[in-house]
Structures are given as structure tokens and as C-alpha cells.
Design a protein around this ligand. Structure first.
Ligand SMILES: CC(C)(COP(=O)(O)OP(=O)(O)OC[C@H]1O[C@@H](n2cnc3c(N)ncnc32)[C@H](O)[C@@H]1OP(=O)(O)O)[C@@H](O)C(=O)NCCC(=O)NCCS
Length: 147
């Protein structure tokens, strides 16, 4: 098992996982949009890091760490974790846990004060995963689509 930051050569594998995640959320995105997002991330590591977990060289999961949120209350920076997914064929083996531990370690090394993430209310596997890692919640998330 190996966790690393994705490079351009991982585009196909990561976009395949992103499409699975979109399917889970019953959303669509054009492949070229996902590819452009992937390349943007790889080319702007000061803004976002895409982590991948590999088993015998095969990319089996991914998670992204967004770095640039500023906390006005505390005068420090915090992060946001998105796009957490493990290939269904590899679930239940501790991979998401291992992947996110590396993401959290990177966040600490970047001196982020905290990380946030969103999960659907009924996504119990994800919620149990995050709670096992120490995440807590006392809030709800709202969103407003602007276009
Ligand atoms: C959620 C997801 C990332 C978990 O990946 P995984 O590699 O199977 O998770 P792990 O094996 O590391 O499990 C770690 C912990 O998560 C929880 N968990 C994982 N799968 C679970 C399931 N099916 N039911 C209940 N709890 C589960 C457990 O607490 C588990 O710890 P335990 O094995 O000691 O009980 C994976 O199911 C997935 O990709 N789901 C679809 C995409 C998704 O929902 N992403 C998150 C969006 S917020």
C-alpha cells in the first residue's frame, strides 16, 4: 500500500474514481471538465493536493485537500477535504482510513489549524469513517446554487 500525491500520469485513474463518486451523488460532469479540474490541481499544489492510494501500483482511491481557507476569527488557515472515494472492489480493507491519515498528516505539516468536510446525512459508511478518525459535527451545511 502506498499513498502519494497524484501527478499528471494519474489523470485517467483519478478521473475514473471521480466519475464513480459523481454517480454515487447522481450527478454528471463532462469528462473534459474533470480532466481540466485534475490538471488545475496538479499545476497548483499551493491550492489543492490530490492524494491517491495504490495497491501493487493500482490506484484504488483518492481524496483531495484544499489548502486555502482563512479563518478571520483565529488568524490562521484551515483546509477542506473533498472527493473521498475508494474503488468498490477494494472497500472494507482500511484503505480510506489509511489514505485520510496521510491527508491529515499533510494538513498538519502545512500548519493548517483544522480541516472540514461534508458528508450526506445518510452516508453512514463515510460518517463512521470520519468519526473514527476523530471528526465531529454540530452543524448543518447549506448551499445555494448561483447559476
Ligand atoms: C466511505 C468509503 C470512502 C470508505 O472506504 P473504505 O476503504 O471501505 O473504508 P475503511 O475500510 O477504511 O473503513 C474505515 C471505517 O469506516 C467505516 N466504514 C467503512 N465502510 C463502512 C460500511 N460499509 N458500513 C459502516 N461503516 C463503514 C467503519 O467505521 C470503518 O472502520 P472499521 O472497519 O474499524 O469498522 C467508501 O465506502 C466509498 O468510497 N464510498 C463511496 C464514496 C463516498 O461515500 N465518499 C465519501 C463522500 S463524503
Amino acid at each position: 500500500m502506498q499513498v502519494k500525491i497524484a501527478t499528471l500520469e494519474d489523470q485517467g485513474a483519478v478521473c475514473r474514481l471521480w466519475i464513480m463518486l459523481l454517480t454515487y451523488y447522481e450527478k454528471n460532469a463532462a469528462p473534459e471538465v474533470l480532466e481540466r479540474s485534475f490538471r488545475y490541481a496538479v499545476e497548483h499544489p499551493q491550492k489543492v493536493l490530490i492524494f491517491i492510494i495504490l495497491i501493487e501500483g493500482v490506484v484504488t482511491g483518492t481524496a483531495s485537500l484544499h489548502l486555502g481557507h482563512y479563518s478571520t476569527w483565529n488568524d490562521n488557515w484551515y483546509g477542506h477535504i473533498e472527493d473521498v472515494i475508494i474503488d468498490p472492489a477494494y472497500r472494507g480493507n482500511g484503505l480510506a482510513c489509511a489514505l485520510l491519515k496521510e491527508v491529515l498528516q499533510a494538513a498538519r505539516e502545512k500548519k493548517l489549524s483544522r480541516v472540514e468536510l461534508n458528508a450526506l446525512n445518510d452516508n453512514l459508511p463515510a460518517r463512521r469513517l470520519y468519526e473514527k478518525l476523530g471528526f465531529t459535527t454540530d452543524s448543518v451545511t447549506y448551499e445555494l446554487l448561483l447559476n
